[in-house]
Design a protein around this ligand. Structure first.
Ligand SMILES: NC(=O)C1=CN([C@@H]2O[C@H](COP(=O)(O)OP(=O)(O)OC[C@H]3O[C@@H](n4cnc5c(N)ncnc54)[C@H](O)[C@@H]3O)[C@@H](O)[C@H]2O)C=CC1
Ligand SMILES: O=C(O)C1=N[C@H](C(=O)O)C[C@H](O)C1
Length: 249
């Protein structure tokens, strides 16, 4: 397949290696210096976007108008989800998005939901999420941590929402940062040099702590998952997630 890379940073470069190893061709690379344009997508079968929270919505709108199926890995745009869904429907387009494209994290999402169901009756335990990423990351909490929080909240009736004291990009008002009432799940967002992505779920009581963790050792899993999603989305119509690609629903 012929692919346009939208964003050619840490992830764009990793995806290029996987594309070439699977016999695909990169026909365009959009960056902040050279944004998407009609010339760049002329030959493309599909676009893979790992850009920035500020640029991704314009990129999605452009790709839908140009009828190019897209894989969206960029995080930090959850508040625009309903708008994007409408655009996909209106344009009869094709888009697959995921806060995390790695197979390991998608299995971890399932495990997280099952653990929340198991823990829900035991009120002596308090759940919490910690995510650790590299210091260049623009959004906090991570998209993966938000998906994990939603998975807990859906299966754990004592919780109604999440909050993150270090919140950036979307929930960045002072009231969001302080909204730590009893029904809210705390996400700690930690930034350390060169960390690829670690997510820790803990249920703490006075007696003990139960925990599950996913730690990415490199970016290969994210990139491979995104390429598998690109191979899958061609000739489909609608809005999908990695759950659909992996048939984990
Ligand atoms: N869903 C997943 O599995 C994963 C998602 N991500 C997400 O992917 C995104 C990118 O991550 P990195 O590659 O680490 O960031 P990065 O900072 O290394 O690269 C970002 C790229 O976006 C480009 N860019 C900026 N404005 C643009 C525009 N208007 N049009 C096109 N490109 C533009 C920059 O020039 C740069 O090449 C982040 O939102 C991150 O959270 C990262 C890893 C895995
Ligand atoms: O920015 C990153 O690096 C990552 N972002 C994604 C997220 O926000 O969850 C996925 C992964 O954790 C790496």
């Amino acid at each position: 397949m012929k692919v346009v890379l939208v964003g050619y940073g840490k992830m764009g470069k990793e995806i290029e290696k996987i594309l070439i190893s699977r016999g695909h061709e990169v026909v365009g690379k959009a960056t902040d210096a050279q944004p998407l344009n009609t010339e760049m997508i002329k030959e493309a079968d599909v676009a893979i976007d790992f850009s920035t929270p500020d640029s991704v919505i314009n990129n999605i709108e452009f790709l839908l108008k140009e009828n190019i199926p897209s894989v969206i890995g960029t995080t930090g745009w959850n508040k625009s989800y309903e708008q994007v869904k409408l655009w996909v429907d209106d344009q009869n387009g094709a888009l697959v998005h995921a806060s995390n494209f790695s197979v390991g994290v998608n299995l971890f999402f399932k495990l997280n939901e099952q653990l929340a169901q198991l823990m829900a009756p035991y009120k002596e335990y308090s759940p919490g999420i910690t995510e650790i990423h590299h210091t260049e990351k623009l959004d906090a909490p991570s998209g993966t941590a938000i998906t994990l929080a939603e998975g807990i909240i859906e299966n754990y009736s004592a919780l109604s929402d999440w909050y993150c004291p270090e919140s950036k990009t979307e929930n960045d008002t002072e009231s969001d940062k302080k909204s730590k009432n009893g029904n809210n799940l705390k996400i700690n967002a930690v930034r350390e040099p060169d960390v690829k992505g670690t997510h820790l779920i803990e249920y703490k009581s006075n007696i003990d702590t139960l925990s599950i963790q996913h730690e990415a050792h490199n970016r290969t899993g994210f990139a491979l998952g995104a390429v598998i999603a690109a191979e899958w989305i061609i000739n489909k119509k609608g809005i999908f997630t990695m759950k659909d690609v992996l048939q984990l629903s």
